[in-house]
Design a protein around this ligand. Structure first.
Ligand code: SAM
Length: 278
């Protein structure tokens, strides 16, 4: 059984009593690559938040918009996607290589099913690859042979921690992120999205919703899913310059068009932002 600050330090592997983060996320996104134990996590969270799947959709849509921005507007050509998840229709390499076919993408994950799917999907793409590492052990990632071969750390890199850091339960997430930030060359970007406790006295029901969802996630067969405050999440960007509009609800980060419907309460419980290393 996992012993550290985060259950995913021990990949789920063949243990059928544990839900896998990647498969639970797939269930949230209405995918087919999940088991009963994973769907049980979704059902438990839905018992306190019927629109729980909005968490995953808000997150995934944010990732896609940020990848388009980084490739098209910021001219980034290298991506280090930490905790890439199971292949869905719009993976990072598909989004960025549609804009720049030469963009290089290094995926890192420790879920055996993600690795198997990833290897099959990327077999014919020499600019995108996947490695196994614990993403919450930055030195393990930064010294990984495939990472060092695939990416050039003398040129700007976009480092993505999208939908991952809330699965790290320790208090030192800013320290681990600082190790990554220190290793990035000038001109690089860091992208984070994270479950959010709004702590807004005008809308106390949102914090209650966040606390209820956290309780269900953490006491589920997955065992992780922390809803942190704005200050706690902002601290993970260290001293990076935040790209406008800063750390905001994922849905408020450069939407695709005018908002035609009110955001669900769940969508107020996930934020994202992009930091730039000058
Ligand atoms: N980044 C994708 C996105 O936002 O659409 C997927 C997010 S998914 C919720 C989180 C991913 O992080 C899963 O694929 C899981 O296997 C991976 N992950 C969680 N803890 C990890 C760890 N300690 N080391 C490596 N990967 C991990």
């Amino acid at each position: 059984m996992p012993t550290s600050d985060y259950p995913s330090s021990v990949p789920v592997g063949v243990d059928t009593s544990r839900a896998s983060i990647a498969r639970v996320y797939d269930a949230f996104l209405n995918g087919k690559d999940n088991f009963e134990v994973d769907r049980e996590v979704l059902a438990r969270v839905q018992s306190v938040a019927p629109q729980a799947t909005d968490l995953a959709w808000a997150n995934r849509d944010f990732l896609i918009r940020v990848c388009r921005f980084l490739t098209r507007s910021a001219g980034i050509e290298q991506f280090l996607d930490l905790g890439s998840g199971l292949p869905t229709a719009e993976n990072t390499h598909q989004v960025v290589q549609r804009i720049n076919p030469d963009a290089r993408v290094m995926y890192v994950d420790n879920d055996p099913m993600v690795l198997a799917h990833g290897r099959a999907l990327l077999a014919e793409n020499d600019k995108a690859t996947i490695a196994t590492c614990d993403i919450f052990q930055p030195l393990e990632v930064l010294k990984n042979e495939s990472v060092l071969e695939h990416l050039d750390f003398t040129r700007p890199v976009a480092l993505l921690q999208v939908g991952t850091l809330h699965h790290y339960l320790g208090a030192d997430a800013p320290t681990l992120m600082q190790t990554y930030i220190d290793a990035l060359p000038a001109g690089s970007f860091v992208v984070i999205s994270h479950f959010f406790d709004p702590q807004d006295p005008r809308e106390p029901e949102l914090s209650e919703l966040a606390a209820n969802m956290e309780d269900k996630f953490i006491h589920s067969p997955m065992g992780s899913g922390r809803f942190r405050t704005r200050d706690e999440i902002q601290a993970m960007f260290g001293d990076l310059e935040m790209i406008d509009p800063g750390l905001v609800l994922c849905d408020d980060w450069w939407q695709d068009g005018p908002r035609m419907r009110m955001l669900s309460a769940v969508r107020h419980c996930i934020v994202g932002g992009v930091g730039h290393k000058p």
